[in-house]
Design a protein around this ligand. Structure first.
Ligand SMILES: Nc1ncnc2c1ncn2[C@@H]1O[C@H](COP(=O)(O)OP(=O)(O)OP(=O)(O)O)[C@@H](O)[C@H]1O
Length: 240
């Protein structure tokens, strides 16, 4: 069955998944509108990462459906999932996985170059993102010479430079100090808003909800609350 609401770029119904017999998702349904910033909150082990993995096609759920723009992600062949993820999705995780032999600029440009964008255009686009993310002066350095916060910003530039339809961010600020955390979160959500990129942002930090349009709270693999965040940034509850 196709998703009922065409405004929802991403739609999931009754998702269930267990890791080696241990249940991680127990019937989660949600929809994300084009350009919306959705926070997925909940304590450690609540199922946030499993949900993002299923939504982004990295994990095939045991049961349930995931649709992206009318495409049944849960039924796609691995090669089609890879293509979807490369061309339409961006991903930033807890640990910035950069190629150690490449400079910050080359790392951030990889998805663009792999998708056939010319060197000059890739250079311009990536330079703009590195500038926006305040790491332009690191462009020629390799990851080993960067601080963790700088590496995470480069990973963010890589995830955003090809202007994905959906950016998935799974605990993107977990390894950062408090000041860096706030700045990276703000940069990420601002980038989403100014470029109409849909953002699905998972974190156990309730502060992320203050930056989102809406919040889904998970607990023990179930959605316990789905709330619209007020303009003054009232966070959604964690317990429903
Ligand atoms: N690869 C795995 N093998 C076995 N169990 C797993 C695996 N990944 C997750 N789990 C279990 O599935 C449940 C949900 O984990 P998940 O990582 O999705 O939650 P989370 O909310 O993202 O937690 P965290 O904030 O700690 O990452 C937890 O009980 C976890 O221990």
């Amino acid at each position: 069955m196709a998703p009922p609401d065409n405004e929802e770029v991403l739609w999931a119904r009754d998702l269930e998944h267990a890791h080696r017999g241990s249940p991680a998702l127990l019937g989660v349904s949600l929809g994300v509108r084009q350009g919306e910033i959705l926070a997925v909150t909940g304590p450690r082990g609540a199922g946030k990462s499993t949900l993002l993995d299923c939504l982004s096609g990295q994990l095939r759920p045991d049961a349930g459906e995931v649709w992206f723009n009318g495409v049944p992600v849960h039924r796609l062949a691995p090669a089609s999932v890879d293509r979807l993820r490369r061309e339409r999705f961006g991903w930033v995780g807890e640990t910035p996985r950069l190629v150690p032999e490449l400079t910050a600029w080359e790392n951030a440009a990889l998805p663009l170059l792999l998708s056939g964008v010319g060197g000059r255009e890739a250079r311009r686009t990536v330079s703009e993102w590195l500038e926006r993310l305040d790491v332009a002066d690191c462009a020629r350095l390799r990851p080993g010479a960067l601080r963790q916060a700088q590496r995470q910003r480069v990973a963010l530039a890589r995830a955003l430079a090809h202007k994905p339809d959906v950016l998935f961010a799974d605990e993107p600020t977990a390894p950062l100090h408090r000041a860096d955390r706030a700045q990276v979160l703000r940069t990420l959500t601002t980038a989403g808003r100014t470029h109409a990129i849909t953002v699905v942002l998972a974190s156990h930090d309730p502060e992320v909800a203050t930056l989102a349009d809406r919040c889904v709270a998970l607990e023990d693999g179930r959605a316990t609350a789905a709330e619209t965040v007020e303009e003054d940034g009232v966070p959604c509850s964690l317990s429903g």
